[in-house]
Ligand binder design. Structure first.
Ligand code: 6R9
Length: 644
C-alpha cells in the first residue's frame, strides 16, 4: 500500500447513504430516452464488455476496422481497436456534412459582452477547421508534433483543437488562467514548437493579458518557433515579426485557403496530452488517443445526457480542463449536437447571467460544477426565477461531490423538479464518465451513481479487499475502458506506479467512496495530495514549490480544508526566514506570489506560520497532523514524528 494514501480525504462529509432518498425521473423527461431498460443494458455490457464496446464503436465511422477490440497483452499498456484507422474529426465534423446536419448549428458562441454572438453550422465549422489546419501545416506542423493552445473560451479553441487532430498533431491545451511559469513548464515538457494564443481574454470586464504571458513563457524556450495570435480583446501587444503571427492575417494568405483532408490515423495514435496535478512532483501529461477516446466520449454523452438532434447543449467547463475536452468539444460534436459556449463567468455582471443565456438560447441540457451551483445558490432563488427556464430538460454536475443541499436546490429551483440531475464522476485520466446515471435511473442527492455500461467499480481497504457496502474505502475501477489514458507522456514507469501498482489489476482512482446497497457510489474525496478547489485540480506539491520561490519562505506545506462553496480551500503552513514577521501584508504578498507563479485559482484561503513543520524522521511532511490542527481535531498518533 502506498504510504502517501491516507483516509479520510479532505472532502465534505457524506451523509449516510439512504436508498429511500432516491428521486424518480419525471415521466416526460425520459419518454424518448435512448436508454430505457438500463438494467438490461448494464447486464448485457458486463456480460461481454469488449463486444459491448465494439457495438458502440460501430455507431461511428472507421476507414479501416479493428483486428482486436482490446489488446491487453502488455497491460497496463492497454490498446483499443488495434489495427483500426479513423480520425476523431472524421466523426466529430466530416461525417455530419454528408447529412442534414451539414446546415445545423454546431456552435453558438456568446461573448462576455453578450452583444457579441458568433454561430457556426457544421459546414462552416469544417471550413474554419480546414483554415486553421492549413495554416498549421504551412508552419511545418507534422503528425505527432505537439501544439500548445493557450486560448480563452472563444470559437478558435474549437478550431485549434480540431485542426491539430485533423492533421494528426497532438494538442496540449493549457488553461488560460495559468501563469507564464506554469505555461513555460508545460511547453518545455511537451517540446512544442507552436503556441496558439490570443491578445487577451475578458475576465469580469477586464483584459487578462494572455499574449504578454506567452511572451514571458517562450522568451527562453529552446523549442517554440511560432506563436499564432488570435485577436480577441483588441489589446495592444508586441509582435515580433520573425515568429509572431496574427491569425486573422494568416487566414488571408493563399496557404490558408482550400480544403484540408482529414488524415486517417491509427486508432492508437495520440490525440492530445493534458497536464494535470498529481500527488507528487510536476504536473503529469495525461495522454489520450483517437480511437478509444472517440468511442468513449461519444457513447457516454449519448447515454447519460440523452443527446438528441433538437438539443442545445451547454457545458460550462473551460476547454483547458478535461471536461472541456471531452464534453464541450469532442463528445457533443461526435453526437452532432448544437454546442453553446459562453465566454464569461456566471456572476458577472449579475448572478443571473447563466439563466439569461439559458432563456435566450433555449438551452436543453446544462452541465456545470458544484462550486458554481453553490455560489449561485447563495445569491438566492430570485435571480433564477426572473428567467423562463422551461427549455431545460437535463442537468449535470462534475468536478467534486454535489452535496445533497446543492443537489436539491439545483433540482428544484433550476430544474423545476422535472429535470433529472446527472452527476458524473470521472477524471482527466479516465477521459470519459466512469460513475454516473442515465436519465431513466433514479437520482440520489449526493451520490454519483453507477459505473458506466461495461465498467465495474469497487471500494477496497488498504489490502485491496472489498469492504462492506456503506463502508468508506479506496475507489478502484475493475475493467479497462476505451477512453482510458494510455500513459503519462514520456513517463511510462510513472504511469504504472501511479495507477496500477497499488492493487495489481485494478485502476487506482485516488478517491475514497462508499457503495450503498443498491450499488450507487457516493464519492467522498481525494485520498492523496490532490486538492479540488472549486472543481479545479491542484497538487499540494505545485503550491509548495511556488511558495518556496518566495524569498521569505524557508519551508511550506499546503493542505485542503473543507469549504462550503469551493468544496476545498487551500491552507498553507509556512516556515518563514529568520527575522520575517507574519502579518496581513505578508500573507497578501504570498497570495500574489502564488497567483503570479502558478495561477490565481491556487491562492490560499488561510495561512499559519509555525516554527517548524511536523515531519517523519525521514523528513516527510505529515499533512494529516496539519489538517487535524487546522480543524481543531485530535492529532492522532505522533510517535513517528521527528521530535523537532
Ligand atoms: C472530470 C474531472 C478528477 C477528480 C476525481 C474526484 C473529483 C470529479 C466528481 C468528483 C465527486 C464527481 N471528481 N467528478 N468527485 N463527484 N461527480 O473533474 O477531472 O480535474 O482530473 O479531477 O475530481 O476527486 O478524482 P479532474
Amino acid at each position: 500500500m502506498n504510504q502517501d494514501i491516507s483516509l479520510p480525504g479532505a472532502g465534505p462529509a457524506v451523509p449516510r447513504p439512504s436508498p429511500q432518498d432516491a428521486v424518480e425521473p419525471a415521466p416526460e423527461a425520459i419518454q424518448n430516452a435512448w436508454v430505457q431498460d438500463w438494467r438490461a443494458q448494464e447486464e448485457r455490457a458486463l456480460a461481454d464488455p469488449q463486444a459491448y464496446w465494439a457495438s458502440r464503436a460501430q455507431e461511428l465511422e472507421w476507414s479501416q476496422t479493428w483486428d482486436t477490440v482490446l489488446d491487453d497483452s502488455r497491460a497496463p499498456f492497454f490498446r483499443w481497436f488495434t489495427g483500426a484507422r479513423t480520425n476523431i474529426v472524421t466523426n466529430a465534423v466530416d461525417r455530419h456534412l454528408l447529412t442534414a446536419r451539414k446546415n445545423k448549428l454546431a456552435l453558438i458562441w456568446v461573448g462576455e459582452d453578450t452583444e457579441q454572438v458568433r454561430t457556426y453550422s457544421y459546414f462552416s465549422l469544417a471550413r474554419e477547421v480546414d483554415t486553421m489546419a492549413n495554416i498549421l501545416r504551412a508552419m511545418g506542423v507534422e503528425k505527432g508534433d505537439v501544439v500548445t493552445i493557450y486560448l480563452p473560451r472563444i470559437p478558435e479553441v474549437f478550431f485549434a483543437m480540431l485542426a491539430c487532430a485533423k492533421i494528426g498533431a497532438i494538442h496540449s491545451v493549457v488553461f488560460a488562467g495559468y501563469s507564464s511559469d506554469a505555461l513555460a513548464a508545460r511547453i518545455d515538457d511537451s517540446q512544442s514548437r507552436v503556441v496558439i494564443t490570443a491578445d487577451g481574454s475578458w475576465v469580469n470586464g477586464k483584459v487578462f493579458p494572455l499574449k504578454d504571458l506567452v511572451d514571458e513563457a517562450v522568451r527562453f524556450s529552446p523549442t517554440v518557433r511560432s506563436v499564432i495570435v488570435v485577436r480577441n480583446t483588441g489589446t495592444t501587444v508586441e509582435m515580433d515579426p520573425t515568429r509572431h503571427h496574427w491569425y486573422h492575417e494568416m487566414c488571408q494568405l493563399p496557404i490558408a485557403k482550400g480544403r484540408c483532408a482529414t488524415e486517417q490515423v491509427d486508432a492508437e495514435d495520440p490525440l492530445f496530452i493534458l497536464y494535470t496535478s498529481g500527488s507528487t512532483g510536476a504536473p503529469k501529461a495525461i495522454m489520450h488517443t483517437h480511437g478509444g477516446y472517440m468511442v468513449g466520449t461519444y457513447a457516454t454523452l449519448r447515454d447519460s445526457f440523452d443527446i438528441h438532434d433538437e438539443d442545445r447543449w451547454w457545458c460550462t467547463a473551460d476547454p483547458g480542463w478535461i471536461t472541456g475536452h471531452s464534453y464541450l468539444v469532442y463528445g457533443p460534436l461526435l453526437n452532432g449536437a448544437t454546442v453553446f459556449m459562453y465566454e464569461g463567468s456566471p456572476t458577472y455582471p449579475y448572478p443571473d447571467r447563466w439563466w439569461e443565456m439559458v432563456e435566450r438560447y433555449g438551452i436543453t441540457s446544462f452541465y456545470t460544477a458544484p462550486t458554481a451551483i453553490r455560489t449561485l445558490m447563495r445569491f438566492g432563488e430570485a435571480w433564477v426565477r426572473r428567467h423562463d427556464l422551461s427549455s431545460l430538460r437535463l442537468l449535470g454536475s462534475v468536478g467534486e461531490p454535489l452535496n445533497p443541499e446543492a443537489w436539491r436546490w439545483f433540482h428544484h429551483v433550476v430544474g423545476q423538479d422535472r429535470c433529472p440531475i446527472i452527476d458524473t464522476w470521472w477524471q482527466t485520466e479516465t477521459g470519459m464518465f466512469q460513475i454516473t446515471t442515465v436519465p431513466t435511473m433514479p437520482g440520489k442527492p449526493g451520490a454519483a451513481g453507477r459505473p458506466v455500461f461495461g465498467q465495474e467499480a469497487a471500494v477496497v481497504d488498504e489490502n485491496g479487499v472489498e469492504v462492506e457496502d456503506g463502508t468508506e474505502g479506496f475507489l478502484v475501477l475493475k475493467h479497462p475502458w476505451p477512453a482510458m489514458l494510455r500513459t503519462i507522456y514520456g513517463q511510462d514507469e510513472r504511469y504504472v506506479n501511479t495507477y496500477w501498482s497499488t492493487y495489481p489489476g485494478l485502476y487506482l482512482t485516488g478517491d475514497s467512496a462508499k457503495r450503498d446497497a443498491d450499488g450507487w457510489f457516493w464519492i467522498i474525496g481525494r485520498t492523496d495530495d490532490v486538492i479540488k478547489v472549486s472543481g479545479h485540480r491542484l497538487g499540494t506539491a505545485e503550491i509548495e514549490s511556488a511558495l518556496l520561490t518566495h524569498p521569505d519562505v524557508v519551508e511550506a506545506a499546503a493542505i485542503g480544508l473543507p469549504h462550503a462553496v469551493k468544496g476545498n480551500a487551500v491552507h498553507c503552513a509556512v516556515v518563514l526566514a529568520p527575522g520575517v514577521e507574519p502579518d496581513r501584508h505578508l500573507e497578501d504578498g504570498l497570495r500574489r506570489h502564488i497567483a503570479a507563479t502558478l495561477s490565481p485559482i491556487a491562492k490560499p484561503d488561510s495561512f499559519e506560520f509555525p516554527e517548524a513543520l511536523p515531519k517523519t524522521r525521514s523528513g516527510k511532511i505529515v499533512r494529516r497532523v496539519l489538517r487535524a490542527r487546522a480543524l481543531g481535531q485530535d492529532e492522532g498518533d505522533l510517535s513517528t514524528l521527528d521530535d523537532a
